[in-house]
Ligand binder design. Structure first.
Ligand code: BG6
Length: 487
């Protein structure tokens, strides 16, 4: 792999400590980092290289999936880390940074390939990229890449403005927009599974599939993120990005040996085929909820309005369930139900594919048949299961469902950030959100934002520790379905 300087803005922040350093360390242990690799951490605080390295080590001890105890390995890893103070709006700091990078590249006689990772709040994105351009940090003989975290805009217009500004400094193929759900191993496998299994290929359409349910339930509440979350809610925090990305990854049909261009092209096509919602239709397709007090895993928790720094009058959404339809050859007529919420009964991210029951549809008597289900468990466990019908000879030969389960062993599952950083280092953009997808997602979501803003959609209260408001069940019940595994 090509020599790389990894320039990390926000090096003393939470994301860096919890996700980025552990991911780099695990990639290092797996020998998946370039031979010549250095990290320059940037932050407002004054830190010596030594203190910075000690902080990185500390974060590995706390958050790495592998124990970080081997002193030799650790030393070799930390050797690559340097620190430089940077105030994002001070031009001199960028010059100092440029000097430091050039000096290192010269010492190591490496090609100036530079990856700029923005692990900072979105309010700094534009200033930083403009300064990268102006300082000459980006105009090297090697490649330059920008890795950027969400949120990418607050609505359609702000996302467009942001993109326009970023593209003054970086071309589309140099921008890697992180959606960490695309880094989750099971999400990355969806494409491989479909491409390599004729059984799945044959079934991946409206002839056999009755409906699809995509769930991302969380136990946690707003935590200490009131300042951010109360302005975004479940719709912007999870739905516009993670949930729609899951939908795209599941529904694309790919030719063999697909490239990242194919994948992104197909995803874009799915988004273009999503049936648009008019503002007036939102309330019949979208359920909006907010958690009240309740009990989760035996503990009593407060409602959203009693959380620290949340105004008692907040109408922010902590839950959304929506019904979507894709109007294309493969999926016409198949409802996709998507839901995500905080303070739910359990932590589970999964996709359930419910197959059609031919006998039921033709009106024939069909014993106690349950539909075939194919389930992709994404988190907290990775797995796939298939529900089939069989006969129970011990119980009067009645039909009963049987489950074929595969569960990935936890030790072998890399973290989403390991996958994503590794792809970005290789310049592989298949699992990053292309601007077209981001724009189309905001476009689809915009009428919902408008309807929320105008209070056209009721805000249903649900008790913490449940599966959300009862109206979310009604959304499926009106089509003759129910959410699977809510028990
Ligand atoms: C983040 C959201 O993007 O995803 C958080 O900002 C949410 O609010 C998190 O908790 C969920 O991620 P995961 O990987 O735990 O499902």
């Amino acid at each position: 792999m090509e020599a790389t300087t990894f320039v990390l803005f926000g090096a003393t922040g939470d994301l860096a400590k919890r996700k980025i350093y552990p991911a780099l360390y695990n990639l290092f242990v797996d020998q998946k980092l370039p031979q010549s690799f250095s990290v320059i951490g940037l932050g407002r605080r004054e830190l010596s290289d030594k203190t910075f390295q000690a902080n990185v080590e500390q974060s590995l001890l706390m958050f790495s999936r592998r124990e970080a105890k081997d002193p030799v390995l650790m030393n070799n890893f930390l050797r690559a880390f340097r620190y430089s103070v940077l105030d994002v709006s001070r031009k001199e700091d960028y010059q100092k940074l440029l000097h430091l990078i050039e000096q290192q590249e010269e010492e190591q006689r490496t090609v100036p390939n530079r990856m700029f990772y923005l692990s900072v709040g979105p309010e700094f994105f534009e200033t930083i990229t403009a300064n990268i351009l102006e300082s000459g940090l980006g105009s090297a003989n090697g490649w330059k890449r920008l890795v950027i975290e969400k949120p990418f805009g607050h609505d359609l217009q702000s996302a467009r403005d942001l993109n326009e500004n970023l593209s003054k400094a970086f071309k589309e193929d140099e921008i890697f927009r992180v959606d960490h759900y695309l880094g989750k191993p099971m999400v990355q496998k969806l494409e491989v599974l479909q491409q390599n299994n004729p059984v799945l290929q044959a079934l991946w359409n409206n002839r056999y599939i009755a409906n699809v349910q995509i769930t991302a339930n969380e136990i946690v509440g707003v935590e200490e993120r009131a300042g951010y979350y109360d302005h975004v809610g479940a719709i912007r925090d999870m739905f516009q990005n993670h949930m729609l990305q899951l939908l795209m990854m599941l529904t694309i049909h790919l030719p063999n040996n697909s490239t990242s261009e194919n994948i992104r092209f197909k995803k874009k096509q799915v988004m273009e085929s999503l049936e648009k919602l008019q503002k007036e239709d939102v309330k019949s397709h979208v359920i909006r909820g907010q958690y009240g007090p309740g009990t989760i895993e035996g503990k009593t928790v407060v409602g959203y309005l009693s959380e620290p720094n949340i105004a008692a009058t907040s109408r922010n959404d902590t839950f959304i369930a929506a019904k979507l339809q894709i109007d294309n050859y493969f999926w016409r007529g198949v409802p996709f139900y998507i839901r995500t919420g905080k303070r739910m009964k359990d932590k589970s991210t999964r996709i359930v594919i419910e197959f059609k029951e031919p006998l039921k549809q033709s009106g024939a008597n069909h014993d106690n048949k349950t539909p075939n289900l194919l389930v992709f468990e994404i988190s907290p466990h990775e797995g796939i299961s298939l529900q089939l019908n069989t006969r129970d000879h011990l119980n009067k030969g009645e039909l009963k469902p049987m489950h074929i389960d595969f569960r990935e062993s936890r030790d072998h599952v890399p973290e989403a950030y390991e996958n994503l950083i590794s792809h970005a280092l290789h310049g592989d953009s298949a699992f990053f959100a292309h601007w077209d997808e981001v724009e189309l997602s905001w476009q689809w979501v915009q009428p919902i934002l408008d309807a929320y803003e105008e209070n056209q959609v009721p805000l249903h209260l649900y008790a913490a520790g449940t599966y959300g408001p009862a109206e979310s069940d009604d959304l499926l019940a009106q089509d003759g379905y129910h959410w699977w595994f809510d028990d």
